[in-house]
Design a protein around this ligand. Structure first.
Ligand SMILES: Nc1nc2c(ncn2[C@@H]2O[C@H](COP(=O)(O)OP(=O)(O)O)[C@@H](O)[C@H]2O)c(=O)[nH]1
Ligand SMILES: *[C@@H]1O[C@H](CO)[C@@H](O)[C@H](O)[C@H]1NC(C)=O
Ligand SMILES: *[C@@H]1O[C@H](CO)[C@@H](O)[C@H](O)[C@H]1NC(C)=O
Ligand SMILES: CC(=O)N[C@H]1CO[C@H](CO)[C@@H](O)[C@@H]1O
Ligand SMILES: [Mg+2]
Length: 327
């Protein structure tokens, strides 16, 4: 009898400890500051301009009222060395295929190397009209997830893509994804770039042994704690339509690398269609991921994200009701 009592006390203690640890490691994104609602562009530079209104979870988004086909969000942290090439490729594609109907939102996440100024200079060099390339500076570093979330919530295109500043993915591959959104525009959909077809090619094999080990470890953890039916969750090239953005991004918590997994978790919880597209991808030097430090952080964030949804510490409140009604 007393044995059973001790067992119950023991289990309750364990559960309470796990719960506290999850609360301790959970994230609450900070509120956006007023200057983060403004952008600069390649005009005379004396004024800032307002970004479009933040997308909320209660928006009934059809995207039909948008004048732009696509918004491209580029999270940047100290990217003066790599952003130039990415923008060359991106602007060339968009000018050819969506001229006058696109915007690029550079989210400078507290860079210390004048990435924002570099982006404006590049816009002048590429001779794109003012307000096509918008630069938002975050007042304080948030991490890739925070920067992407901020950019996507203020995007105004029918579709919005986030793409890494290193240009590792061939930009024109977005053209393979766009037709997937063409029918029934009211249905939320997500198209994600995938490098799964490249596992046995040079791009991956040539990476260091330790990097590949950590990558396989992370994949296993993602499989156990999160997403089973997506092969490559981490590719920095994902496309959404407006209704998918309004169902996913207002609920985001994770600010750093594991945010991709939370995006896919939120999509799966709401039965949003996800499709993977094989993309061309090359390893680009200058990665900001510090393997030793970040892989521990990634593992913690991953487990915490999953458990936080399980325990109801992270919730999907208004959005859930809206989702049921609309389905
Ligand atoms: N906003 C933000 N973006 C970051 C940060 N660190 C890296 N990034 C961006 O995340 C993207 C991918 O980074 P990268 O270092 O190439 O990662 P990898 O390709 O996974 O090795 C790039 O666009 C970076 O500028 C950060 O602290 N904050
Ligand atoms: C943001 O832009 C608006 C309109 O251009 C301006 O009135 C406002 O002062 C700006 N706010 C900040 C914090 O820069
Ligand atoms: C960013 O760039 C600045 C200036 O070049 C440098 O001092 C800083 O260490 C860089 N930060 C990271 C994390 O690379
Ligand atoms: C709800 C929504 O944003 N729908 C859009 C999905 O993508 C298509 C394809 O471009 C748009 O036309 C829809 O408006
Ligand atoms: Mg990269």
């Amino acid at each position: 009898m007393t044995g059973a009592v001790y067992l119950v006390i023991f289990l309750v203690t364990i559960l309470a400890s796990i719960y506290s640890v999850v609360i301790f490691f959970s994230h609450t994104p900070r509120k956006e500051t007023s200057s983060e609602l403004n952008y600069t562009t390649n005009d005379d530079g004396s004024k800032t301009h307002q970004l479009s209104r933040r997308i909320t979870s209660t928006d009934i988004a059809t995207g039909e009222d948008s004048l732009l086909d696509i918004s491209v969000v580029v999270p940047c942290y100290n990217e003066t060395k790599r952003l130039g090439k990415m923008l060359d490729e991106c602007v060339l594609y968009l000018e050819t295929n969506h001229k006058g109907r696109y915007e690029i939102i550079i989210v400078d996440d507290g860079s210390q190397d004048h990435t924002a100024e570099f982006a404006i200079k590049k816009a002048n060099e590429l001779k794109i009209r003012p307000h096509v390339l918008k630069v938002v500076k975050l007042s304080k570093n948030r991490g890739k997830g925070g920067a992407v979330t901020h950019g996507l919530l203020h995007a105004s295109g029918k579709l919005a893509l986030f793409a890494d500043a290193d240009g590792a993915t061939k930009f024109s591959d977005v053209g393979k994804m766009i037709p997937y959104f063409a029918n029934n525009p009211e249905v939320p959909k997500v198209a994600i770039g995938s490098r799964a077809h490249m596992v046995n090619t040079d791009a991956v094999v040539k990476r260091s042994f330790i990097r590949n080990c950590l990558m396989y470890g992370l994949h296993t953890l993602v499989y156990v704690f999160g997403i089973q039916d997506v092969q490559d969750t981490q590719c920095g090239f994902k496309l959404f339509n407006k209704s998918a953005i309004s169902k996913i991004f207002p609920h985001m918590h994770t600010e750093r690398w594991i945010f991709d997994v939370e995006v896919l978790l939120l999509a799966e919880m709401q039965k949003i269609q996800i499709k993977e597209f094989a993309v061309n991808w090359v390893e680009i030097d200058g990665s900001k991921v510090d393997l030793a430090r970040d892989s521990i952080g990634m593992a913690i964030d991953l487990v915490v994200t999953r458990l936080a949804y399980l325990f109801g510490i992270y919730k999907l409140d208004k959005c859930k009701k809206l989702g049921k009604k609309n389905q």
